[in-house]
Design a protein around this ligand. Structure first.
Ligand SMILES: Nc1nc2c(ncn2[C@@H]2O[C@H](COP(=O)(O)OP(=O)(O)OP(=O)(O)O)[C@@H](O)[C@H]2O)c(=O)[nH]1
Ligand SMILES: O=C([O-])CC(=O)C(=O)O
Ligand SMILES: [Mn+2]
Length: 581
């Protein structure tokens, strides 16, 4: 054992003693190891085999019915000073949090195997990648981490080279919601999660490391860790330009990342390449541009609504080597969810005979876990250690009214204000009420590991280092008509909006300047091939009265973050307030 791994080894020993784990298994990430884990989970009932003829190597996991989404009210950022966590986070003093978690973890792995999961967030050879080790007692977490990250021997070798890693400790505990905590110690680069086996609560490489801890590190190191998809748009001339997009949970990142352009575009030579669907690490490059890597290696995607019509790329991946969580199954044991568009559910997500009286067959936050390499639109740049250069940043959310289909920020500072003021209707991705409009700055409300005001200041700083900053846009696929129907067709047709965005980035499209940003004329979005013309005037309408109220609301929202909010944001908002009259 090299001295650099000694620290890791000591930590594993100490945790194994404290949790009284009955066995310790160091994961190498191999196919053989995975097969053994799967077999054991089939035996224990943690997994069920799906139809091997239609879905080879696909499994269903049913989580505890009270453990189906991230728990934001039980998620803490534990900095020495409360102010550093900011009003956007729950805070606990580190000493108190350690005492609480030590109590919960004591003896919790008796009769369980402790898995040591070394992982690398980002391409193994990238200078921008960061490693971590998750200790967990959940084989389901191990199998998911293997798909979601570069997990195993290669990551361990890099940890040995780097000599540093984020320490993540996880136990499903007894799943008692009263003994459930997800706590982060950004100053110690460590995470402790107890009492949940679900998604962002338990796969510690994802939201806990790649967003909360990484955003904190990124601030001191001069980069950004964001809740963004990364997509490459290839035009008929064969040039590929990259877009990064922040949308709150269950608001369309995975779908935009895998978009298939409408037929007229495909025939014209447009193509879309997937680099990432959830998390993006952005670094200012020597060329004055912003460069992006996807720290993840797989998708943990929302199942409901995924169909051959809405997201054929996703559907094409999901018939092998996929773990499904909380979906329904058909009579012949194929996975099923609302919006799939074919087949019928026989058993619901809890394994009961399907009865519409019990609600939807698949849980609204049911998910699939699959390697990004299975994606038909997988970009060969996704593994590039340098990342890809970003031309446009897109902020989006669910807004039934107010927000137009697309709007371009006047400049970087205005773009940061657009991001800081973002709001969206809540979804099933977190426990709590669904459909309430809440402010979700940069789609990072649940994920920023420090004070939002400092985060906005950092965004302004990073912009100041760029000589060729991306243009910043706001989009809204979710505007509704008086009858409550979405006006914009969405999904593949979002390409029409991306085309305008790309043209703006090349100075090849006009825009009308308004107080709130630059807008396309109703005729500027290409609608060729659409069966029905959407009401473009309504989609692009700026209602001054509604916007006046919005600006007041954004002003109050900024004020709630106190004196640390950069004055440029207040000034920019003030100018918009004056211009709108
Ligand atoms: N109407 C409409 N619905 C969409 C569109 N894009 C995505 N959706 C639906 O929104 C839901 C969530 O979409 P995803 O793409 O999985 O969202 P996400 O942002 O990746 O979600 P997380 O994984 O939770 O971060 C799914 O049910 C989609 O079918 C769109 O353009 N229009
Ligand atoms: O973290 C999770 O559980 C799923 C996810 O991507 C999100 O909620 O944004
Ligand atoms: Mn997400």
């Amino acid at each position: 054992m090299s001295s650099k791994l000694q620290a890791l080894n000591d930590w594993v020993d100490q945790v194994a003693n404290h949790t009284r784990a009955s066995r310790v298994h160091w994961c190498d990430g191999s196919g053989d190891e995975n097969r053994k884990l799967i077999e054991a989970m089939l035996e224990s009932g943690d997994l069920e085999q799906l139809n091997p003829e239609t879905h080879p190597d696909c499994y269903l996991h049913r989580s505890d019915p009270a453990d189906v989404a991230r728990v934001e009210h039980l998620t803490y950022v534990c900095t020495e000073r409360e102010d550093d966590a900011g009003p956007n986070n729950n805070w606990m003093a580190p000493a108190e949090a350690h005492a609480l978690m030590n109590g919960l973890f004591a003896g919790c792995m008796e009769d369980r195997t402790l898995y040591v999961v070394p992982y690398c967030m980002g391409p193994i050879e990238s200078p921008f990648s960061r490693c971590g080790v998750e200790i967990t007692d959940s084989p389901y977490v191990v199998a998911n981490m293997r798909l979601m990250t570069r997990m195993g021997s290669d990551a361990l070798a890099r940890i040995e080279r780097d000599g540093r890693f984020v320490k993540g400790l996880h136990s499903t505990g007894d799943l008692d919601p009263d003994r459930r905590y997800i706590v982060h110690f950004p100053e110690e680069l460590s995470i402790q999660s107890f009492g949940s086996g679900y998604g962002g609560n338990a796969l510690l490489g994802k939201k806990c490391h790649a967003l909360r801890i990484a955003s904190y590190q990124a601030r001191t190191e001069g980069w950004l860790a964001e809740h963004m998809l990364i997509v490459g748009i290839q035009n008929p001339a064969g040039e590929i330009r990259y877009v990064a997009g922040a949308f709150p949970s269950a608001c369309g990142k995975t779908n935009l990342a895998m978009l298939i352009p409408p037929e007229a575009y495909r025939e014209g030579g447009w193509k879309v390449w997937t680099v990432g669907d959830d998390i993006c690490w952005l670094h200012p490059g020597e060329d004055g541009r912003l460069w992006a890597i996807n720290p993840e290696a797989g998708f943990f995607g929302v199942a409901p609504g995924t169909s051959a019509k809405t997201n054929p790329n996703a559907l094409a991946m999901l018939d092998r080597e996929t773990i499904f969580t909380n979906v329904a199954v058909t009579e012949d044991n194929r996975p099923w969810w609302e919006g799939l568009g074919e087949g019928k559910p026989a058993k619901d997500w809890r394994g009961r005979a399907f009865d519409p009286k019990h609600g939807p067959a698949a849980h609204p936050n049911s998910r699939f876990t699959v390697s990004i390499k299975r994606c038909p639109s997988y970009s060969d740049q996704a593994d590039n250690p340098d990342g890809v250069p970003i031309d446009a940043i897109v902020f989006g959310g669910r807004r039934a009214s107010l927000a137009p289909l697309v709007l371009e920020a006047h400049d970087w500072t205005h773009g940061v204000l657009v991001g800081a003021g973002m709001a969206s209707e809540t979804t099933a991705a977190a426990t709590g009420q669904v459909g309430i409009v809440r402010r979700d700055p940069m789609a990072m409300k649940p994920f920023c590991g420090y004070h939002f005001a400092d985060y906005w200041a950092h965004w302004l700083d990073v912009g100041g280092k760029l000589t060729r900053p991306p243009k910043i846009f706001q989009v809204n696929w979710f505007r509704r008509d008086a009858g409550g129907k979405f006006i914009w067709p969405g999904f593949g047709d979002n390409m029409r909006v991306l085309e305008w965005i790309m043209a703006r980035c090349r100075d090849e499209a006009d825009a009308t300047d308004t107080a709130v940003g630059k807008l396309p004329d109703a005729g500027a979005i290409n609608l060729e091939g659409l069966e029905e013309r959407p009401d473009m005037e309504e989609l692009l309408r700026i209602d001054p009265a509604e916007w006046r109220a919005e600006i007041e609301a954004i002003g109050k929202h900024l004020e709630s973050f106190g004196s640390r909010v950069p004055s440029q944001l207040h000034e920019t908002l003030g100018r918009i307030r004056e211009a709108i009259g």
